[in-house]
Design a protein around this ligand. Structure first.
Ligand SMILES: [Zn+2]
Length: 252
């Protein structure tokens, strides 16, 4: 048995199709998970349902009670995460947002722009060709600083749509930096990495796969960033900072 359609629908609407744990917007890539498994007496009710992205859902399923690694979510903890997310979505539906919420989100946004200015690492990965050319690893520093800041629980938008994009941005950047960490290697020039040139003829499939992965995750990161900036302009009334554009040459 699984959830009846009306329960699934209620849960998907309440979450606005965002994952209740990592807050990413999922669209069709979402699953409604039983907080207490059916095999353990869980019911098919709204109260026992939590919408999750594929990754968070996989984490739930892979947790092995016999050989526990990491810290399992308890049922009450899952419900608290879910309920606070549902509340965020509900709060966002109102027409005018209270000024203090907008102010708080503006601070989060400004911090994000400080860590990830458009003309820093993002500008670099937006345009860099990773196919056989080395790159200066320091050019990616903003990405690591942003990922580090995301560990701070206060670095979170109150607005559900902005928070969904922040989470999506974190995921895309994490995928990109993971590929850099595992599939690119230091070159003879200190401080520069590359997808090994010799792969191009020794293992062309791997070369192509890694280069594509770097370009795809870089593009995904930049597109999510752009969507976040555009949404913040609308929702928070942020005026794009023209001073930043003048600085462009400094960071090149
Ligand atoms: Zn998730």
């Amino acid at each position: 048995m699984s959830f009846p359609n009306n329960v699934r629908e209620d849960a998907l609407v309440a979450s606005a199709r965002h994952c209740c744990l990592c807050h990413k917007f999922c669209g069709i890539k979402i699953e409604v998970h039983h907080i207490r498994l059916e095999s353990e007496g869980g019911t098919n009710t709204f109260d026992n349902a939590i919408p999750l992205c594929f990754d968070c859902h996989a984490d739930m399923r892979s947790y092995d009670k016999q050989h526990p690694k990491g810290t399992k979510y308890t049922e009450t903890e899952l419900k608290r995460h879910r309920d606070s997310w549902y509340k965020k979505v509900l709060d966002g539906i109102g027409l005018a947002r209270p000024a203090e919420i907008v102010e708080t989100d503006k601070k989060v946004y400004n911090r994000l722009m400080e860590l990830l200015p458009w003309n820093g690492s993002l500008h670099f990965i937006r345009h860099n060709n990773f196919a056989g050319f080395s790159f200066e690893t320091a050019r990616l520093d903003d990405l690591y600083e942003f990922m580090h800041e995301c560990e701070n629980p206060a670095f979170e938008f109150i607005d559900a749509d902005l928070e969904g994009l922040r989470s999506g941005l974190l995921q895309a950047i994490s995928e990109f930096t993971k590929t850099v960490a595992f599939q690119t290697f230091p070159t003879h020039n200190v401080g520069r990495n590359a997808v090994p040139e010799e792969w191009e003829y020794e293992q062309p499939d791997r070369f192509e796969r890694v280069v594509n992965l770097l370009h795809d995750t870089a593009r995904e990161s930049c597109e999510t960033y752009d969507a976040l900036v555009k949404l913040a302009t609308r929702k928070l009334g942020i005026i794009p900072d023209s001073a930043q554009q003048k600085n462009r040459g400094d960071r090149e």
